[in-house]
Ligand binder design. Structure first.
Ligand code: F6R
Length: 361
């Protein structure tokens, strides 16, 4: 049942305010400015002993993991990174007992992720799952974890599960932070930010008509470049994946800081750039990157917290706490990918060559 939408992708994009409400529900503890995650199976002493966090997932879930790793570093000050599970399982990685491993999967059935979890457990590691489908293989195999409660996702291309997974990571980062050195004051600040998300998502949805107009222009592009820096970079990567999956337009994501080390050579009027430009301590650096592109006659669409002079067009998203900004900044680009694919007449819910869950090697 598509509930009045023409595709599941459209329906699922529009379900995100409610979905985020669900992942937050019953978990916030205002008294101690933290969150309770019932299924984690990790007591405070164990949480304090973690020396590193390694997040494993594939595709969109890997990108959610990149955002999660940054949140964990920022809020809990634990070194964290994400890696495609499909790579990790083949490289005979060093498995370290003081590292917390986290497997991320919407379906909970992705074979590369499951195999990585099994290999880790065989070597005695502690593995948590961040999963949408309750009772799925990865959820059962993990030592504990967080359900992201996005509800069923039917479209092959992931949207609401991505967003809810990033929120689940914010909850985990806050929880780990508050068992370590995150102050009550910062805990409160993050909780207030989390509570704002559903309303802010709803306000992004109100811009759909304008985003649709932009998409009609971008549908003519043969290739697009997505750039971001630190918090914006995983957002750029996910937006690039979404566009290519659903519209079949070639897209590439690059850290804005790496432009001058190669990709500037590509810039010309026919290669549009989407720049993720949060209003944080790197704003001026990102503006300088846009300047470099403009100087070479590149067209720029900015996703930012205010109108950006250097860009040809700006999609303005509501500002949240700096650490939580990545959660919202990708959402208008889901709509951009959707409307670009629609303009091109693509099979939106079932892109060619893709399957919803990849249960083979
Ligand atoms: C992208 C997409 C895929 C999946 C990937 C992992 O829109 O849907 O990249 O994210 O195959 O799937 P899960 O999260 O089910 O493990």
């Amino acid at each position: 049942d598509m509930g009045g939408h023409d595709t599941y992708m459209h329906k699922e994009i529009h379900e995100q305010a409610d979905a985020v409400d669900r992942v937050l529900r019953g978990r916030i503890d205002d008294r101690f400015s933290t969150v309770h995650l019932g299924g984690l199976n990790l007591d405070a002493r164990e949480a304090r002993q973690i020396r590193r966090v390694k997040i494993l997932g594939c595709g969109t879930s890997y990108h959610a993991g990149l955002i999660g790793a940054q949140m964990i570093e920022e809020l809990a000050r634990i070194p964290a990174d994400a890696e495609p599970a499909s790579e990790f399982r083949y490289r005979n990685a060093v498995v370290d007992p003081d590292t917390l491993y986290i497997a991320v999967s919407q379906s909970g059935e992705t074979y590369d992720v499951l195999a990585a979890v099994q290999e880790l457990k065989r070597k005695g590691a502690r593995v948590l799952g961040v999963v949408n489908v309750v009772g799925s293989a990865i959820a059962r195999e993990a030592d504990g974890g967080i359900y992201v409660h996005a509800g069923p996702e039917v479209c092959v291309v992931s949207t609401k599960c991505f967003t809810n997974t990033t929120v689940a990571f914010a909850l985990l980062a806050l929880h780990l932070g508050r068992t370590r050195d995150l102050s009550v004051r910062d805990g409160k600040r993050i909780i207030e930010g989390l509570r704002k998300l559903p309303g802010q998502i709803a306000s992004v949805m109100e811009q759909e008509a304008e985003i649709e107009k932009l998409a009609q222009q971008y549908a003519e592009a043969r290739s697009m470049l997505f750039i971001g820096r630190v918090r914006g970079y995983p957002v750029a990567r996910e937006a690039s994946l979404k566009l290519k999956e659903v519209s079949y337009i070639h897209a590439e994501a690059y850290p804005a800081s790496e432009l001058k080390h190669g990709p500037l050579a590509l810039i010309e009027p026919a290669l549009p750039t989407v720049a993720i430009v949060p209003d944080d301590d790197l704003l001026e650096k990102n503006r300088a990157a846009m300047e470099e592109i403009k100087a070479r006659s590149g067209k720029i669409l900015a996703v930012a917290h205010q109108h950006e002079e250097k860009a040809d067009q700006t999609i303005v998203v509501p500002k949240n706490e700096d650490e939580l900004d990545p959660i919202l900044m990708g959402i208008p680009l889901q709509l951009l990918a959707y409307h670009t694919a629609l303009a091109l007449g693509r099979d939106i819910d079932k892109p060619r060559n893709l399957a919803k869950s990849v249960t083979v090697e």
